[in-house]
Design a protein around this ligand. Sequence first.
Ligand SMILES: C[S@@+](CC[C@H](N)C(=O)[O-])C[C@H]1O[C@@H](n2cnc3c(N)ncnc32)[C@H](O)[C@@H]1O
Length: 328
Amino acid sequence: MAGYMPTQAASDWAQSRTEPVPIQHVGNASGSVNGNLLGDKQRVLWYCRGYKINPSVEGRKCWMMPALRKHFANWKANPRRWEITYILSRLKGFSLVAFHSLDSYRLKKYREKLMIPVVEAEYVNILFDPEFQNSVAQVKDISCLDVARLANMWNLARLVGPGIFVEVGTYKGGTALHICNAIEHRDADFYCFDPFEKGGFEKIGDQDKCFKPSDFTDTRYEDVVNLLSSKPKAKVIQGFFPAAAENLNLRDIAFCHLDVDTYEATKDSLEFLAPRMARRGLIILDDMGHRETPGVNTAVTEFLAAHPSFLFIPMFPVQAVLLPKSLW
Ligand SMILES: C[S@@+](CC[C@H](N)C(=O)[O-])C[C@H]1O[C@@H](n2cnc3c(N)ncnc32)[C@H](O)[C@@H]1O
């Protein structure tokens, strides 16, 4: 087991990545390999290591050549090119660049070493499931989650018992659409809550230092309604949870994705959700253990102390599941 666990530094770093370190060219410039987004084993491996693939990123080419060529052209065009003072100043410049490149190379190698191995992707069937791949392709630019978390969510959404599906913290609708895709075959109502452009956070406490009230406001209620318009069971509700849910009479919650980043919102949401859970229902907590969201950890710790009937299961990379024990 220990062999599969990433070091804290590695998982922190994986979280902070927004694009892959392109060690080799994978796929074409549009990010697809034979029309299949994750068809390439290497690409899947990078997904599993917590990267968000940015299809526009080309593979590693020899990035030094164009730089050297440019330097040579500048040197040739310079009338002082044979003056000793000029040559010495250029040499100094080159040695600084060389040291810097060496440092970047060492850092890159060190990071690669930290990242290996995280998961053996060949046996993670979901990554090769075309339905999952299509859903990831649809949401990858509008979700904050990496593929590992989207995969957890996909599996768990299909595992729970009957009841309604809820998301608290929808932002641009990426994970909401992903949940709807996962439960396409079920006849379940889906409610998602977010203040959208009126957002982003109602209360920001001492532990929520990474956030400010106007974060996550670059989204629009209408856009998310349009995004989910092909999902007849989806309802988009604008407002802060749980107040926005007070009149909806939500009950028998089979699945809730709770992704609100901050202490008060997590705490109030959990208190609201706990008595409304269905048999074989669960809550997925996002950002559990994330270094930028200590407020979520505190809220969950306090909730567990007050509700020993809930079981807490951490998941890689920064998620957790809360289960009402008596209902499973
Ligand atoms: C990290 S974003 C959600 C990302 C989204 N789940 C995805 O990856 O597709 C967090 C969102 O939670 C929203 N939020 C914060 N407090 C909230 C509350 N009390 N009720 C509903 N949404 C809230 C913010 O406005 C923000 O849009």
